[in-house]
Design a protein around this ligand. Structure first.
Ligand SMILES: Cc1cc2nc3c(=O)[nH]c(=O)nc-3n(C[C@H](O)[C@H](O)[C@H](O)COP(=O)(O)O)c2cc1C
Length: 403
């Protein structure tokens, strides 16, 4: 291929002034925008020129508007502040751009993006103003429609968030020798985290904390579904099974395996991490499984907090994942803390994580505070760490054996 630059003829203006003006006229006639010129030196700045674009946009024949001030385009719904803005710009001989509601000759309205610029003569005196009118009605209507649908969506999300909150257990309550509390801090309206406590037969409670991968509506729909499935309202279908001798509690590992079969990632496009366990409210014995979830932390009555064992793949990742149960027993005065990774992964201004060590310190530091107040203090520490800008949900749940 030949890449040598082709000799281009230099652009040429028409020879005569008349031809040149005629070309400008033809160009102005086909322009989609309205172009108007008002005389700045005459009282009330009458129009001395309007192009065909102005006529097409407004419906007013050019001949009819000559000598008139262009305010005839305004009407009852024209915003007075837009008019005032033009008035003050003209008085100061400044350029201005406003979007103003105007009326065509047939009284239908359109949104006019109006740009007015002073034109000066050789001595710098403003002799004229040029106005360029663009019909931006389609864009304004699209913006209005977008705003309305955004407001509707936000309202829907707030409503959905309220429904999600309604599934949470009471903030703090006692059962047998145990006190249970939680603190739930979604980073958006809707959370991908869920926490729950479900009374089971035989003085036992099912406890779970889960965290669906990702954010937004998809994650929260799955967390909502799971919270409902694991709720007492759904009959605890996953938690108890009817044996001939009456309902028995399903071992936690089997619950995790069932969830894993029911919510495979290739169907839901998401996985979730989970701690699920059953605690005896009188003896404090806790049987649990973890599935890709941060390990629960024991805060003994005396001594430093420590994370317990945690193993198992997140739920939904692998078809035939199996889960192994672990057991621990809370002695009087002991506490057990659960959290989602939003707590440890909160970032400060230097992108440093809050981290597990800091979280354990925070748990130790609230040892003497009431259970729920302590959780909120820990959540406040995390919030302070990231300057109130959580990037992930932070959920905390704690169990205390008080006798
Ligand atoms: C060149 C030029 C074009 C104008 N075009 C429009 C227009 O398209 N629509 C409009 O509402 N006002 C337009 N105006 C503004 C009005 O003519 C007028 O200046 C404005 O209403 C403020 O003055 P008033 O308070 O005396 O009405 C234009 C003004 C000038 C100088």
């Amino acid at each position: 291929m030949d890449h040598t630059p082709r000799q281009m003829a230099a652009p040429e203006r028409p020879d005569s002034v008349a031809e040149w003006l005629a070309l400008k006229d033809r160009a102005l006639a086909v322009a989609a925008e309205g172009v108007t010129i008002a005389d700045a030196r005459l009282p009330d700045r009458p129009l001395i020129y309007a192009n065909e674009g102005f006529e097409r946009m407004t419906g007013y024949p050019v001949a009819e508007v000559m000598g008139r001030n262009c305010r005839f385009l305004q009407g009852p719904d024209t915003d007075a502040s837009a008019v005032a803005e033009i008035r003050s710009a003209l008085a100061d001989c400044r350029a201005c751009v406003v979007e103003i509601l105007n009326y065509r000759q047939d009284r239908t309205t359109f949104w006019n993006r109006l740009s007015i610029t002073p034109v000066r003569d050789g001595s710098g005196e403003v002799t004229h103003f040029i106005g360029i009118q663009s019909d931006v009605t389609a864009r304004r209507l699209a913006e209005d429609a977008l705003r309305v649908s955004k407001e509707t969506l936000e309202q829907d999300l707030r409503l959905a968030a309220r429904v999600q909150q309604a599934l949470l257990p009471p903030p703090e309550f006692d059962a047998g020798a145990l006190r249970v509390a939680h603190a739930f801090h979604p980073c958006d309206d809707l959370a991908g985290d869920a926490v729950g406590v479900v009374p089971l037969t035989g003085d036992r409670l099912a406890i779970y904390v889960l965290d669906v991968s990702g954010h937004g509506v998809g994650a929260s729909l799955l967390s909502f579904t799971l919270a409902h499935l694991l709720s007492p309202a759904a009959g605890g279908v996953l938690l108890t099974e009817d044996a001939s001798a009456g309902p028995v509690v399903v071992p936690p590992a089997r619950v995790a395996e069932r969830l894993n079969r029911q919510f495979p990632m290739d169907r839901t496009r998401q996985y979730f991490t989970l701690v699920y366990g059953v605690i005896d409210t009188l003896s404090g014995r806790f049987e649990y499984v973890t599935a890709g979830h941060p390990a629960p932390v024991v805060l003994p009555r005396e001594g430093a907090p420590f994370p317990v064992e945690s193993a198992g793949l997140p739920v939904g990742m692998l078809d035939d994942a199996t889960y192994a149960e672990s057991t621990l027993t809370l002695e009087p005065g002991d506490r057990l803390y659960f959290y989602t990774d939003g707590a440890v992964e909160a970032l400060d201004a230097n992108e440093a994580e809050f981290g597990q060590e800091r979280l354990l310190e925070a748990m130790a530091s609230v040892r003497d505070r009431p259970l729920r107040a302590g959780l909120e203090a820990i959540a406040a520490d995390v919030q302070a760490w990231c300057g109130g800008r959580l990037r992930d949900d932070v959920s905390l749940l704690a169990v205390e054996r008080f006798r």
